[in-house]
Design a protein around this ligand. Sequence first.
Ligand SMILES: NC(=O)c1ccc[n+]([C@@H]2O[C@H](COP(=O)([O-])OP(=O)(O)OC[C@H]3O[C@@H](n4cnc5c(N)ncnc54)[C@H](O)[C@@H]3O)[C@@H](O)[C@H]2O)c1
Ligand SMILES: [Zn+2]
Length: 654
Amino acid sequence: MDKVLADLIRISNIAGRDSTWVQGGGGNTSAKTDDGKYMYIKASGTALKDMNERVGWRRQRIDDVLSVIQDEELAKLDDTKRENEVMRRLLEACEDDVTSGARPSVESHLHAQLDKYVIHLHPMVIAAYANAKNGKGQLDKLFRNEKYPPLWVPYTDPGFLLARRIAKLTGQYKEQYGRKPSILILAKHGLFVTADSADKTLRIVNKVIKLCRSKLGVLKARKLKPAAEKDITDAQLAIRRAAFEVAGQYLPVKYYKPTEGVAAFMARKDAAKLLRTAALNPDELVYANGAALWLEKAESDTIIRKLKSLVQKGQKPSMAFVVKGLGLFVAAQEKTAPVAEEITNESLMIRMYAAKFGGVLALTKREQDFINNWESEHFRKTLVSGAGEGEVKGRIAVVTGAGSGLGRSIALGLGRAGAMVAVFDIDHKAAKETVEMIKGEVPDASAIAVSSDVTDEISVAEAFKKVVGQWGGLDILVNAAGVAPAYGLIDLPVDKWRLALEVNLTGYFLMAKAAAKVMIGQGMGGSIINLSSKTGLEASKNNTPYNATKAGEIHMARGWAMELGEYGIRVNSVCPGNVFEGSKIWNPEYIKVCAKKYGIKPDEVIPYYVDKTILKREIKGQDIADTVAFLCSDKARTITGQTVVVDSGQVMVR
Ligand SMILES: NC(=O)c1ccc[n+]([C@@H]2O[C@H](COP(=O)([O-])OP(=O)(O)OC[C@H]3O[C@@H](n4cnc5c(N)ncnc54)[C@H](O)[C@@H]3O)[C@@H](O)[C@H]2O)c1
Ligand SMILES: [Zn+2]
C-alpha cells in the first residue's frame, strides 16, 4: 500500500477514535502523494475510525479538483445546479480501483488547496468559540503569542463557495505571514489543520484542542434525582404523539439518562433561552433537525404547538427534546437516533460555553435554507438512515405467541411491512429465534424478544414496560398466544379446560387491557387484532375449550371495538382456517385425534382439510400475516369490530 495512504488511514483512525475530536462521526482527512499529483481523501458514508485499506477513501487527481474552484462558469449557476455539478466533477476526478461508488468527501476541493496532510474536525471545544459571538476575540487572545496564528474563516455556505473563500483567505494570509496557515478555524463549522507530515498534523490538532480547552473551565453538574419511570414513559408517549402530528411519521422515541452535560444544562436558568436559537452548524441541522426543544413539562399539546411554530417559521421540527428534570429524548429512526443524541449532547455543551463568550452564534435562516437544499448533505443523510418502507412503516407492534406458528408468521409479516416488532412468548428461546428470523430477512428491522406469560398480569405489565421503554410507544397488538387442548366432552380434564380459558381468554384480555392503556395515553389511535379461528364461528367436534374460547375472543373484540373507538383504536378478529405450517397446535398427537375423528390415516389429514376449502388451497402463515398487516394499516381505517375469515373459503360470515 502507498505509504501516504497508510499514513492517512492511521491518522484518520486515531482522530476518529477520540471522542473529544469527533462528534457524530463528523470530520474528514486527506493526504497528497509525494509527486503532488494525487490526493487520497476520506469518502462520504464511512466514519474516520472505520477507514481501512479497502474502504472509506478515494484517490483524486489534484489538478482536476482544483480546476473546479477556479471555474468561473460554475460560479454563475444557481446553488443546487452548481453543487450537483461540483459533486459530479469531484467524482470524475477520482482515479482508483474503488468500485463501491463511494463519493469523495464533499469538502475535497477545500483539502486540495492545503498542505500535504489535512485533518478536518468539528470538535466541541472548537465550536465553543466558533459558535460564540465573541469567539474570534477569545481565539485571538489565546493564540496571541503564535508566530502563525490560526486563520479565522467567517461562516460561508459549504461546498464550492466555502472552497473559493478559503482560497482567497489563505492567499491573503500568505501575503501577510509569508506562508499558508496550518490552522484554520471556520465559524459555525470547525477546525482544519494541515502540515507536511502526518505526525505533525496530529500534534497540531492536539495542541489546538488543548489550548482551546484550557479556557473553557468546568461546567458544574448538579446531582439529579433519578427520574420516575412513569414520568419518562409519559414523556416518551407525549413526544411520540407530537412528532406524529407534526411530521406525520411513526417514530420511536428513545430516552437517554442525563450525562453530566445534560444535567448541567437542565440546571441552568437560561436553558430555554439557549435552545431558542437555530442550529449551530450544518451537522446539527442535518442530523438533529436543529436545536433540541426545551420542555419544562412533556405535554403533547405544548410540544405540538412548539413544533408547529418552528415549522411555520420555515424551520424543521426538532428531533431532540430536553425535558427538565428528566433528560434527553430523541424521536428518530433507531439507526439515526444515536447520531442525533451525540450531536445534541455536544450542542448543549457548546451552547453553555458560547454563553460565556458573549452568546450563541447560530445559523441564520438563509444559511439554514442553503443547507436544507444541499444535495450533498441530503446524500450523506440517506446513507446514514437507510429508511425502510412498508404499509405499517415505523409502527410499534406487539405480537404474542410469536415464538411459533401463526404468531411467528405475523411477527415476520409485520416486520416485512416496516413495523418495529416486540416478539412476546413464554418460550424466550423461541422468541429470540423469531427476532433473528426477522433481522435475517429485513436487514434494517427493529425487533426485540420479550419473555412474558400472557396469563400473568405482572408479567404482562413488565413486558409492556420493556417495549415502551425501548421505543416510546405502541400502535399494534396482535393476540396470538393460544392453546388447543382437543378432547371429547366426556374425556376433557378440567385443568385442560381451565388452561384454555386462561391463555385464550384471560391472556387476550390482559394483553388488550395493558395495550389499550398505553394507546389511550399516547393518543395516536391503534389497532388490536384477536387471532381467533374459523372454529370461533363454527364449532368443531372434540374441541370444547377451543370452541368456547375462540368464540369468546371474537365477541371480546367486538366489545372492545365499541369501548375504544372514541380513541381511534380499532379492534378486529382474524379467523384463520387450518394452518399447518410451523404450528405446534398441529402436533402429531392432534393430527392423530383428527385422523380418528374422520376415520382416515394421519398423513391424509392435511389433504383432507385442504380439500374442504372452496379454493382447494392450503393456507400459509403469510396469508394470515398479510391480512393482519392490512387490518393494522391505514387502508383499514374504517374497519373495526369486524371478523375477517382467512380460510380459502370454508366458513362464511353472515
Ligand atoms: N394453526 C392453525 O391452524 C390455527 C388456525 C386458526 C387459529 N389459530 C390460532 O393461532 C394462534 C397460534 O396458533 P399456532 O398454531 O401458531 O400455535 P403454536 O402452538 O405453534 O404457537 C403458540 C405460541 O404461544 C406461546 N404461548 C403459549 N402459552 C403462552 C403464554 N401463557 N404466554 C405467552 N405465550 C404463550 C407458545 O410458547 C407458542 O410459541 C392461536 O391463537 C390459535 O388459536 C391457529
Ligand atoms: Zn466540516
